[in-house]
Design a protein around this ligand. Structure first.
Ligand code: KG4
Ligand code: ZN
Length: 333
């Protein structure tokens, strides 16, 4: 069985052809560059960029894999959550291919695909905890099985990646801001600025990052934004984020698992999981709480079509629905 999958929910245009045994025959990720100077994704520009490149990378993937379109058994695409323009383009394109080749179309939830991405390269038992940290979401899921995924905590305002991107913009760094802040932070003093840690004392598993961004903005307005300010602020901000996530994850593990963390694996997925400083924070949690933190393969951390194909194979071979309407706010049910 061969699956052809498309991801276009934000600013990555990606296609993947995967075999049933999870071998990747071709995987192309085109990261849009039009947003760099805008400090964030401009939806209209993202839609146009998806349109311009999708057909071309589909042809490239077919060529690279040596597969013909009429040999594909299942077609799937991200149908939400995300920017509606991109979702419509990717899903309509893929539906057309499925109809033209008389094969099923499968709608895939982008968040579920991020969550299941770590199952691609790790042996994971249920129940399982997953921390999803992306540009659009910051959520903690408790998985009883593939179809029973419970949201137990999330951000009440900005997502972590969004906070990285907004702080980068304040500091005059380019989009996406996460990798830029991580680089600058390497040479900064993480204790230079004391930043707020909203919600950390509240007895729940939720996050809040917009106050942190506002605090950075207020300090920036009172200072000259030179290289040393950028480095110290990047380091202080990153440390603050690391402290917040560590605290919340510790609380989740303690409350849900008490002292029985034997064999507990915790997945960390999504674009922000690329951050080595945060990975170090997770390493500390591993040691303190006696759990193991796992990640998806590197190419499945940022938005990508391989996680869409993998989720199709793992959990959605039979959920055919060519009439599914893309939904910008689609949640995991
Ligand atoms: O998962 P993803 O590609 O897209 C969404 O589903 O949102 O995540 C993109 C986010 C962006 O906000 C980007 O700044 C952030 O991931 N990111 C990072 C790093 N690499 C990407 N944040 C912090 N440190 C990084 N190294
Ligand atoms: Zn994503």
């Amino acid at each position: 069985m061969l699956v052809f999958s498309v991801e276009t929910s934000c600013d990555e245009t990606s296609v993947c052809i995967m075999k049933e045994d999870k071998t990747i025959l071709s995987h192309i990720i085109y990261s849009q560059t039009v947003h760099t100077k805008h400090g964030g994704v401009v939806p209209e520009l993202a839609s146009r960029a998806h349109l311009e490149i999708l057909q071309q990378i589909t042809k490239e993937a077919l060529k690279e894999s040596g597969v013909k379109l009429n040999e594909i058994n299942l077609f799937s695409a991200t149908c939400g959550p995300g920017l509606i323009g991109g979702l419509l383009i990717g899903s309509t394109f893929t539906k057309s291919l499925s109809i033209g080749n008389c094969k099923p179309f499968i709608p895939i939830n982008h968040l579920e695909a991020h969550v299941l991405s770590s199952f691609y390269n790790n042996e994971i038992q249920f129940p399982h905890l997953s921390l999803l940290i992306t540009g659009g979401h910051t959520q903690i899921y408790f998985l009883k099985n593939y179809n029973d995924i419970l949201l137990i905590g999330e951000t009440i305002d900005d997502a972590i990646g969004e906070a990285f991107d907004k702080v980068a913009k304040i500091l005059g760094l380019s989009y996406p801001g996460g990798p830029e802040i991580e680089k600058k932070a390497l040479e900064g003093n993480e204790n230079f600025f004391k930043l707020p840690q909203p919600l950390i004392n509240e007895d729940n598993f939720n996050f809040s990052f917009s106050g942190l961004k506002t605090a950075v903005n207020l300090i920036a307005k009172k200072n000259i934004i030179d290289e040393s300010f950028i480095k110290d602020m990047s380091a202080s901000f990153q440390k603050c984020v690391g402290d917040i996530i560590t605290l919340k994850l510790n609380r989740v593990i303690k409350e849900l698992y008490k002292n029985n963390t034997k064999d507990l694996l915790v997945s960390v997925v999504g674009g922000v999981a690329n951050n080595d400083y945060l990975k170090n924070c997770f390493k500390n949690i591993e040691e303190k709480e006696n759990v193991k933190i796992v990640y998806p393969p590197k190419y499945m951390m940022n938005d990508n079509a391989a996680m869409i194909a993998w989720t199709t194979i793992l959990n959605h071979r039979d959920t055919h629905d060519v009439n599914f309407k893309p939904n910008p706010r689609l949640a995991i049910k």
